[in-house]
Design a binder for this molecule. Structure first.
Ligand code: AHR
Length: 500
């Protein structure tokens, strides 16, 4: 059996893990809201029309923040449409997804739902078709206690207490030509600076995220970050990163190495942020907000057909990727990457949460179930809290179509406030067990409390409404711990959580 080595020590800390690393995202897109979280006709709907079965699945994930209301959608959205008496709210053409938005669910309803699932809202303002005026007004509406035009409007609309939204995105993917109101880096940087300034004047307690590139593949990547941050560095707290991966060629070995690119992407953005900071002689360090990440490709062809046939319909079944087992492995590897960059990645939002490229699926009028990717997110969010440890890894490697020297073992480790050490590990081998030899002597007397394994013999296995547990975690062998040295076998193609 091949052997990989891992050394952990409490003194090798990367940094505190911001709980916001386990964030998520709900956009007014497809069946995320209508038919996802909200379905008043459903037998399990609560008094507000929200599905209780979905609420239960979301709650288990312990998601601290949910980005809302978009995405591409937000770049044509008037926040005023989404508040006030429901029967008076306008139906609008949504030019991001070519559907009709009815505004039945708006800020007040979403805040009610977010409170129910235990999450804070991360609110994105429209800097595409609108400007800093609309941005500062929604902050006044949401966060000002009362006695002003917009805060009193909120009170009249039923919310006496402010929503207290702390985290705000300054637009979405403004570098992208597909975005309504797409801008050059300089134009966006100036607009973000003015919006940030005015929003913070309304509420000095807020945190602001500037739009980085919509993907590292964009031709403007790098220059976009540098130019726009030159304009707004002092006014913002975080910069966004977005990245989705796919495996259209069914090359699992290459697919499972994609998080290595993600690591390079993160380090590149850190360098650019710090370079801008250095030119400004600033002691401030920006956080990274990886506020869209996931696997996304299964639904692409089908979506083109749906859009052709049903343009302007409501709640179309768009971006409904059905995730297979290998997708869950890559999602686990991406979470490992975030943990290993926890000193700079302060926010991460899996895109998205329900039905739309999501860990949770629903059937209208029917069931709700966990997709394969639900499991690594649940494990990381449950056990990956506290301090991220710097794992010293020695692993055998493999070569794949587009990369040489991919380690068979990828791993992250955490130490929580109770002194529990958790290892998250993936064995990327398609065929062989890997013996993980882990030196934990620096922690004294540790014992393995639990080993959770996610594995399936078929990388294409999926969970469905009728077989929701086809891909589900099970208890693994706990390995052998001898005087602080653990030896534990990791199955080929497996996600492992080792709790000590
Ligand atoms: O998450 C789906 C879409 O992907 C978002 O609306 C957009 O921001 C990104 O391009």
């Amino acid at each position: 059996m091949k052997r990989a080595e891992l050394v952990l020590d409490r003194d090798y800390a990367i940094g505190a893990i911001n709980p916001r690393l386990y964030g998520s995202f709900i956009e007014h897109l497809g069946r995320a809201v209508y038919g996802g979280i909200y379905e008043p006709e459903h037998p399990l709907a609560d008094g507000f029309g929200f599905r209780r079965d979905v609420i239960e699945l979301v709650k288990r994930l312990r998601i601290p923040i949910i980005r809302y209301p978009g995405g591409n959608f937000v770049s044509g959205f008037n926040w005023e449409d989404s508040v006030g008496p429901r029967e008076e709210r306008p139906r609008r053409l949504d030019l991001a997804w070519f559907t009709t938005e009815t505004n039945e669910v708006g800020l007040h309803e979403f805040a009610q739902w977010a409170g129910e699932v235990g999450s804070q809202i991360m609110y994105a303002v429209n800097l595409g078709t609108r400007d800093e005026d609309a941005a500062r007004n929604i902050v006044e509406y949401a966060n000002h206690p009362g006695g002003s035009y917009f805060s009193d409007m909120r009170i009249r609309n039923g919310a006496k207490e402010p929503f207290g939204i702390k985290l705000w995105c300054l637009g979405n993917e403004m570098d992208a030509p597909w975005q309504m109101g797409h801008k050059s880096a300089y134009e966006y940087g100036c607009r973000a600076r003015e919006a940030a300034k005015m929003m913070r004047w309304v509420d000095p307690g807020i945190e602001l995220v500037a739009c980085g590139s919509s993907s590292p593949d964009m031709p403007t990547f790098g220059a976009w970050e540098y130019t726009m941050l030159t304009e707004c560095y002092d006014q913002v707290d975080h910069v966004s990163l977005h990245r989705y991966y796919g495996n259209p060629t069914h090359d699992t070995a290459s697919f499972l190495a994609r998080n290595m690119e993600m690591d390079v992407f993160i380090k590149a953005v850190v360098s650019i942020c710090d370079a801008v900071g250095a030119t400004k002689r600033s002691s401030k360090k920006l956080g990274l907000s990886f506020d869209e990440w996931n696997v996304w490709y299964h639904s692409s062809e089908q979506d083109e057909e749906i859009k052709k046939k049903a343009r302007w319909d409501r709640a179309l079944p768009l971006l409904e990727d059905i995730y297979n087992f290998e997708d869950a492995l890559l999602v686990g590897l991406m979470l490992i990457t975030f943990l290993r960059n926890a000193d700079r990645v302060k926010i991460a939002c899996m895109a998205q949460l329900v039905n739309v490229i999501a860990p949770i699926m629903t059937c209208n009028g029917g069931g709700a179930w966990a997709q394969t990717i639900y499991w690594p997110l649940l494990h990381a969010s449950t056990y990956g809290r506290g301090t991220a440890l710097r794992p010293a890894i020695k692993s055998p490697v493999y070569d794949c179509a587009d990369r040489e020297g991919v380690p068979l073992l990828d791993a992250a480790a955490t130490l929580n406030d109770e002194g529990d050490v958790t290892i998250f590990a993936v064995n990327r081998s398609l065929t062989d067990d890997l013996l993980l030899a882990c030196d934990t002597r620096g922690f004294g007397d540790l014992a393995v409390e639990e080993h959770i394994v996610l594995h399936h013999d078929d990388v294409n296995a999926v969970n469905t409404e009728s077989a929701p547990n086809e891909v589900a975690p099970r208890a693994g062998e706990r390995g052998v711990m001898d005087a602080g040295r653990l030896e534990i076998a990791l199955q080929p193609l497996s996600w492992n959580v080792i709790r000590m």
